[in-house]
Structure formats: C-alpha cells, structure tokens
Design a protein around this ligand. Sequence first.
Ligand SMILES: C[S@@+](CC[C@H](N)C(=O)[O-])C[C@H]1O[C@@H](n2cnc3c(N)ncnc32)[C@H](O)[C@@H]1O
Length: 215
Amino acid sequence: MSRYTVEDAAALECRRVERVYSAMAPVYEAFFDWALGPGRRAAVESLGIRAGESVLEIGVGTGLSLPLYPGGCRIVGVDIAEPMLEQARARAEALGRSDVELRKMDARELAFPDESFDHVLAPYVVSVVPEPERVMAETCRVCRRGGSVVVVNHFLSRSRLLGFFERALTPMSRWIGFRMDLPLEVVTAAPGLELVAMRGVNLLRLWRVVEMRRR
Ligand SMILES: C[S@@+](CC[C@H](N)C(=O)[O-])C[C@H]1O[C@@H](n2cnc3c(N)ncnc32)[C@H](O)[C@@H]1O
C-alpha cells in the first residue's frame, strides 16, 4: 500500500497554488499593482545593485518589479505560473530589457548552482509557497557569500488581536493564494542569513521589507 507523505502534500499544494495564480493572472495587477507598489520599490532599492551585478527574483509574477531595476544588471526572474510569466515577458519586451531572463521554476527547488547571484529578491512570495523554510534555504544557497537577500511580505502580527484575526482568516486566504499567519522568524532566522535591517511598508506599514546578508 502506498503512503501519502509530507512531500506529496507539499507538491499537491504547490500545484494548487500554480493553478490559483494561473487563473488570477489576467486580473492580478488590478488588485496588487499599486497596493503593493511601495514595498516593491523599497525592496529593490534595498538590494543596492551595482552595474554588472546579477539579481534573481523569486516569484516574479507579472514582472511589476522589472521597471524598477537599474540598467546594466542581469536579472533572472522565476515563477511557477506560466500565465504570470507570459505577462512578465511582455513587460520585459515593452521595456526593451534584453538583460532579463524569465523561467518557469519552483522556488523550492531552484535549478541554479550554489552562489550564482549577487542579490536575491523575494517579493510577496514566501507566504504563498507551501514550504517557506525550503524556499529560504534555496534563496540562501544561490546567493553568493556577502550578497544581499531581500524579502518583502506580510507576516503574522505581534498584536494579539490582529494575530488572532490573521490566524482565523488564513484558511480562507489560502484559497486565493496566500497565508496571513507566516511567522517573521521563518525569514529572519533562516540559516546562513544575517539580518541587516527591517522596515514597515504599504498600507498601515502592515508589510515588511527584510534586508539580509548571506554569511
Ligand atoms: C503574490 S504573487 C507576487 C508576484 C510579484 N512578486 C509581485 O510583486 O507582484 C506570488 C507569485 O509567486 C508565484 N509562486 C507561487 N508559488 C511558487 C513557487 N513554488 N515557485 C515559484 N513561484 C511561485 C505565483 O505564481 C505568483 O506569481
């Protein structure tokens, strides 16, 4: 008799998330462009990219961050949902950015050798994936030593009342592709990464930009 493992559950959840974002692709920007824009801008600025450097963006989505990158750097964006990537490709082409490469890939298993990038950015994705700790480990692995890793996301509130509602609403929010109860420590205590700075962004500063350095 075959056994249903934790890995099977995560793979199933990953496919479900892929379907959710594939279906949401045509309307994604109507909801999440301006609302999450300040955090995206702050996160790209925090990377401190210099000419000639390489950046990996995990969960690049429709490519809303692409116009924010300075010229002269190499950008690789990965995402699990092909319809989101199609929009990102159209955006890169409209921007005339031949230095952007977009690939369908699961952030839990990045197909890059160790220390491939100078910077890694994860905008609004760690609360979407089924195994955020694994995504953080992969993020750390592909960033060079001394390179920067920046995560922008909503995390479980430290306020008891808000935290209660976030936990209560999470089973529902998961159906539209994200959880509201991700503990901040999943990111700040990720092995191999050192916390550099953190600040609140977006509406009521309910999201955070977390800047880290690869040890
Ligand atoms: C909330 S959207 C954020 C998109 C974009 N970063 C932005 O700022 O608008 C989350 C994105 O993560 C992608 N995603 C979900 N699970 C993923 C996985 N396992 N690997 C890579 N991308 C994933 C989704 O397809 C979606 O495009």
